[in-house]
Structures are given as structure tokens and as C-alpha cells.
Design a protein around this ligand. Structure first.
Ligand SMILES: C[S@@+](CC[C@H](N)C(=O)[O-])C[C@H]1O[C@@H](n2cnc3c(N)ncnc32)[C@H](O)[C@@H]1O
Length: 259
């Protein structure tokens, strides 16, 4: 199903695509070159992907935390958070459940989950200290202090500091779209341990039906079968969420659960 007019076979890393795109969008050439220069410098400084992406987030958050999580305006930030929340509420989220939000960002959706869930039931983790500071500002702005959510810095996705069989709902929105395969593999290898019986893990990804590729090691494009195969190799059941495709969002969604 392709409802939101995405071009699923485009290889954004190819020279031909870049030339065509530049010809159609001349105003974007200078910002793209600036971003390329910055990212090249950050990659030289930080060889490891998480350290590199943490530095990207520090730079982006310093300019605008909403833009750092991918929203051009407060209206888009609110709309994207609402879309995540409504979808999850319509697909099983209940107030008494415990939720782990991987890559929670500045709580674009997180503040709605915190508001909805029982006290202490929201656990957000992120690799970026800068965005977590912004998350705390969001929490205060929405006056949700009494909900006592956890907001924790992480470096890897082994979840070794979390208890087993704990979370009913695990969520990662727009995180694997910024992750190389070893990071996703690590997450899928360990997520089953912290998932409660009957629980599920929803994640979005940038889908391609052509060649898998990345742009500036910031945006990664995967085939659905790659991610479903990876989840199954870790003993998980994975399902492509068709109805997410009906929403005005550029990514696709997979739901993973234990067998
Ligand atoms: C595009 S933002 C989305 C934030 C949030 N999920 C939302 O939808 O508003 C991606 C977030 O994932 C975080 N992130 C990227 N890679 C990560 C990783 N390997 N583990 C945890 N967080 C990660 C980034 O720091 C950033 O805050």
C-alpha cells in the first residue's frame, strides 16, 4: 500500500538523485552543503555512530529542539505528537500499562503519553543529553511533574539497567530512521527481555523498496523484509502496520511481539 505519495524506490544517496533534487530545489543547495560540511567534521571527530549522532543532536538542539526532532514548526510538532498518541491509543495503549519510549526526544509525543498513563508508568530514554534537557522543559511547560516520568540518558540499546518482563508497550518513533543496522540489531536482540508477556514494540522506519542506503549517516532507508527478518532472527514476531500508511507521515511502522 502506498497512500502518502512516497517515492519508495528513490536512492537519495545517488549522485543522479542529488543533481535532480538540486535542480528542482536550488534554495536547498547551500543548507545541504553546510550540513554536509558539519556532518563530515562530526564524523571525523566521532567514529562511533552513537557518539556522532549525539553530536548532531547537540548541534541541532542548540538551534531549535523542535527542528532537532524533525518538526519545522510548533504546529507540526504538536500534530506529529498527536498522531503518535492517537495511533497507539487506538492500538492498545491503556493508562495502567508501563511504557518505554526509546529516543523520546523533547517529548513531542511523550508529554501526551505521560499525561495519559498512570504516575511513574512512562520511561523515556535517549542518547542526547541536550534533547533530554529540552524534554524536561516540555514536562514543566505541560505541568506534568506529578506524573513522575523517568527520563534517562543511554548510550546503547541493551536495556541492561531495566528489569525483565516490565514494559507492556515499547515505542521508537523516528529512531531507526537515524540508525545503522547494528544499532537496530542490538535493540531487537535485547528488547524481548524487557517486554512484558503480551506486550509489543512499535517502531517506525524510512522504507525503501529499492536499494538500502543512507544520507550523511543521519537518515537510513531499509527494506521491510530486512527489519522483519532481523526481528525474527531474534525470536520475535513482526507485523507491518498497514493502517499507519494511511496517515500523513513519511515513515512506515512495524509491530514486534514475543512468540
Ligand atoms: C527524530 S527524533 C524523534 C524523537 C521522538 N521519538 C519523537 O517522535 O518526537 C529521534 C530521537 O532519537 C534519539 N536517538 C537516536 N538514536 C538513538 C539510539 N540509538 N538510542 C536512543 N535514542 C536515539 C535522538 O537523540 C532523538 O532524540
Amino acid at each position: 500500500m502506498q497512500t502518502n505519495l512516497r517515492k519508495l524506490s528513490v536512492n537519495r544517496a545517488s549522485i543522479a538523485h542529488k543533481i535532480r533534487y538540486a535542480a528542482r530545489n536550488p534554495a536547498r543547495i547551500a543548507p545541504y552543503l553546510r550540513r554536509t560540511a558539519r556532518d563530515t567534521w562530526l564524523r571525523l571527530k566521532h567514529r562511533d555512530h552513537v557518539a556522532y549522532y549525539r553530536a548532531v543532536m547537540a548541534s541541532d538542539t542548540g538551534r531549535d529542539p523542535d527542528l532537532a526532532v524533525g518538526s519545522r514548526s510548533r504546529e507540526r510538532w504538536l500534530a506529529l505528537g498527536e498522531m503518535q498518541f492517537d495511533y497507539l491509543k487506538g492500538h492498545g495503549l491503556r493508562p495502567g500499562q508501563r511504557m518505554l519510549d526509546i529516543g523520546c526526544g523533547n517529548l513531542r509525543a511523550g508529554w501526551r503519553f505521560i499525561d495519559y498513563l498512570d504516575e511513574g508508568h512512562y520511561y523515556g530514554i535517549d542518547i542526547s543529553p541536550d534533547i533530554l534537557i529540552s524534554a524536561k522543559k516540555t514536562l514543566a511547560a505541560y505541568k506534568l511533574q506529578a506524573k513522575l516520568p523517568h527520563l534517562t540518558l543511554t548510550y546503547d540499546l541493551t536495556f541492561d539497567f531495566l528489569p525483565e518482563d516490565h514494559f507492556d508497550v515499547i515505542h521508537a518513533h523516528s529512531v531507526f530512521s537515524h540508525s545503522p543496522l547494528p544499532v537496530i540489531d542490538e535493540c531487537l536482540a535485547h528488547v524481548g527481555r524487557v517486554l512484558a508477556p503480551g506486550g509489543f514494540f512499535d517502531f517506525t522506519f524510512d522504507r525503501t523498496e529499492g536499494r538500502e542506503h543512507h544520507v550523511l549517516r543521519e537518515d537510513f532507508y531499509y527494506r521491510t523484509e530486512t527489519l522483519i527478518g532481523l526481528a525474527e532472527r531474534h525470536g520475535l514476531r513482526a507485523e507491518f502496520m498497514d493502517d499507519w500508511e494511511l496517515l500523513p507521515h513519511g515513515q512506515s511502522k512495524i509491530r514486534v511481539s514475543s512468540h
